[in-house]
Design a protein around this ligand. Structure first.
Ligand code: NAD
Length: 479
């Protein structure tokens, strides 16, 4: 299957005619090719976006909203096809793509289709001076959206939907590792009547295609989700050009379990927050800290349940854990298991590659639990981004708070307790952009989403995203 760029409403080959192999992680085979787009392709996408901007930015809110909601409906109508494509491209269980990834991509369009009709700006009356200020929120122009492979369509649309809802035109690049659903989105946009050039999708490597978007002098804002090192590089390139930047980066999130929690709910949710999507979610609670009074019980119950999880082909309905996204990523995660052993970590379960019958070359790994000797060891400090978690006991609130915060990241944290005062104390002091108490990954799309420290700069979600994709202009009138 050959994927093409979607530029000015048309599916076209890269100008250089250079291609990259696309792998199916479930069997390790190449099943298609994607464009290795160059600067020239990004330039063509920019020209299309620029030409579409005057008309799109003047399109009524009602019409923009109608088109976004239509895209959402078409995604829902094509749920099976998109879920199959996402699962094939990424290795995630098809059941997950069907219940989480694709429904959420549809929600992103519906949500921002509605949100734009409710978005408002401020006015300030300067009392005693006979003056009034009102603030316009104008679209920026052509913006760049760059997304990662772990939640491909989910995160791609989380950027595109608010960008076009607020009247911008977009040059977007999905991860080269998972390009398929972004390609299919082009067809849906056409069918929904999105005018040509409003959304342009260019495929290719980060270092060429992505870099060309970030370097482009007239792409005025970059919304990026991906690794912290890439985010730092993008900031370096974009800052001297004074681009608006939203950076959603890595995480190493604590999952803090107190003895007074609802135990069964905590245990079941902790299995999800550890291993959902093969542990490849930036929000996964990969460092589990457990109250020492229940540590041994938790350890036994957790490991027993994890041993029951089925690692299997993504299209099997009873598969809990599918394939990791790529061979290099599988190797990286396996290296961390070796690092844990060298650091005197104890592998409580997992740690090995899994051979799935008939799919022997797929990238499967057992869910792995490491009893860590210290919160400062590498497996407790560095983002592994796979089906690997660490567990450690703690004796009191101060100790666990210190361990939870002693990493360079600050994306999310999960807290399990029924003590209200403790909840308030801990939530205030945890260094994270998102704190979940007695739940995990419960999302209300109106809330600010993003991290602190090395987890990023800026917030997505709700009106925060619409503010990012618009420029405020204040007008002061004396009367
Ligand atoms: P990555 O940084 O390697 O790539 C992300 C995207 O950036 C890809 O499309 C890639 O092609 C592109 N890219 C790479 N180099 C570039 C460059 N020089 N210029 C422009 N674009 C470039 O990340 P990944 O491996 O795809 O994704 C995993 C990472 O993403 C993890 O660190 C994870 O925590 C993070 N992530 C964060 C969030 C969040 O919301 N904070 C969500 C999901 C994933």
């Amino acid at each position: 299957m050959n994927i093409k760029n979607y530029i000015n409403g048309e599916f076209i080959k890269p100008t250089s005619n250079e291609w990259i192999d696309n792998y199916n992680p479930s069997n390790g085979e190449v099943y298609g090719q994607i464009p290795n787009s160059s600067k020239a392709d990004v330039e063509n996408a920019y020209i299309a976006a620029k030409a579409a901007f005057p008309s799109w930015s003047q399109t009524t809110l009602e019409e923009r909203s109608r088109i976004l909601i239509k895209i959402s409906e078409l995604l829902e109508a094509n749920l099976e096809r998109f879920a199959e494509a996402e699962s094939k491209d990424n290795g995630k269980p098809i059941s997950l793509a069907k219940t989480v990834d694709i429904p959420r991509a549809a929600s992103n369009f519906r949500f921002f289709g509605n949100a734009i009709t409710q978005f408002a700006s401020e006015s300030h009356e300067s009392a005693g001076e006979n003056a009034i200020n009102y603030t316009l929120r104008q679209p920026i122009g052509v913006v760049g959206c760059i997304s990662p492979w772990n939640l491909p369509l989910y995160l791609f649309t989380w950027k595109i939907a608010p960008a076009i809802a607020s009247g911008n035109c977009v040059v977007a690049k999905p991860s080269e590792v998972t390009p398929l659903t972004a390609y299919l989105l082009g067809e849906i946009c056409d069918e929904a009547g999105l005018p040509k050039g409003v959304l342009n999708i260019v495929h290719g490597l980060g270092t060429t295609t992505g870099q060309a978007i970030v370097e482009h002098p007239d792409i005025k804002a970059i919304s990026f989700t991906g690794g912290t090192a890439t985010g730092a590089h993008i900031a370096k390139v974009a800052a001297p050009m004074f681009k608006k930047l939203s950076l959603e980066l890595g995480g190493k999130n604590p999952n803090i379990i107190f003895a007074d929690c609802d135990y069964d709910d905590m245990l079941n949710t902790t299995i999800r927050s550890s291993f959902a999507n093969q542990g490849q979610i930036c929000l996964c609670g990969s460092r589990i800290f457990v109250d020492s009074s229940i540590y041994e019980k938790f350890k036994a119950d957790f490991v027993e349940k994890i041993k029951q999880l089925k690692v299997g082909h993504p299209s099997d309905s009873d598969t809990n854990i599918g394939a990791l996204v790529s061979k290099p990523h599988l190797e990286k995660v396996k290296t961390y298991i070796e690092v844990a052993k060298e650091e005197n970590g104890k592998i409580l379960c997992g740690g090995n590659k899994v051979t799935v019958k008939n799919y022997e070359n797929g990238y499967y790994l057992e869910p792995t639990v490491i009893e860590a000797p210290s919160d400062e060891c590498r497996v407790n400090q560095e983002e592994i981004f796979g089906p690997v978690v660490t567990i450690m006991p703690f004796d009191n609130e101060d100790e666990v708070l210190q361990m939870a915060n002693k990493v360079k990241y600050g994306l999310s944290a999960t807290l399990w307790t029924n003590d209200l005062k403790r909840t308030m104390r801990m939530s205030n002091q945890l260094q994270a952009g998102i704190v979940w108490v007695n739940t995990w990954m419960m999302r209300d799309l109106r809330t600010p989403f993003g991290g602190v420290k090395a987890s990023g700069v800026g917030r997505e979600g709700g009106f925060e995203a619409l503010r990012f994709f618009t420029e405020p202009k204040n007008i002061c009138i004396k009367y």
